[in-house]
Design a protein around this ligand. Structure first.
Ligand code: FES
Length: 142
């Protein structure tokens, strides 16, 4: 997520009378991004001291916060994964179904350079051979 978004989010939280009003914070995020990425949830919890399970409970309770929840998929485009990672990222962005279901992001190393290109999804690193394998893998995960 870009710095501009986090600046807006910080300002929004600072102007709230109740800084722990997670419903209002999450509504703001949905209005800005049309989804609530995992990294943004983590950021909100750190910034406000709201417990992750409290945040998840609020998201589950309100359908408008729940409906477009996307997972973040990070593709390594670091020094070793480099071009192959960039190619995967470009191909995923071109895939209409996948780009609607995932927030696609870059990361500069996942610590498994020799097995790359690598991706990061739901706290796991996966070694990917090619785009066909990656798309099949993502569709099977649904
Ligand atoms: S550069 Fe991709 S895992 Fe290190």
């Amino acid at each position: 997520m870009n710095e501009d978004f986090y600046n807006k989010l910080n300002k929004f939280i600072e102007n709230l009378p109740d800084k722990k009003n997670d419903y209002k914070i999450l509504t703001f995020v949905m209005e800005e991004l049309d989804c609530i990425p995992e990294e943004v949830k983590e950021y909100i919890c750190k910034k406000t001291d709201i417990f992750p399970f409290t945040l998840e409970g609020t998201i589950k309770f309100y359908p408008k916060l729940n409906k477009n929840s996307k997972k973040t998929l990070k593709i390594c485009t670091g020094r070793v994964c480099g071009k192959r990672g960039e190619e995967l990222l470009k191909r995923l962005k071109d895939d209409e179904i996948i780009s609607q279901k995932y927030i696609l992001d870059e990361v500069k190393c996942l610590g498994q350079c020799q097995k790359g290109p690598n991706i990061y999804l739901e706290n796991e690193v996966y070694n990917i051979k090619n785009i066909e394998e990656l798309i099949r893998f993502l569709r099977e995960k649904e």
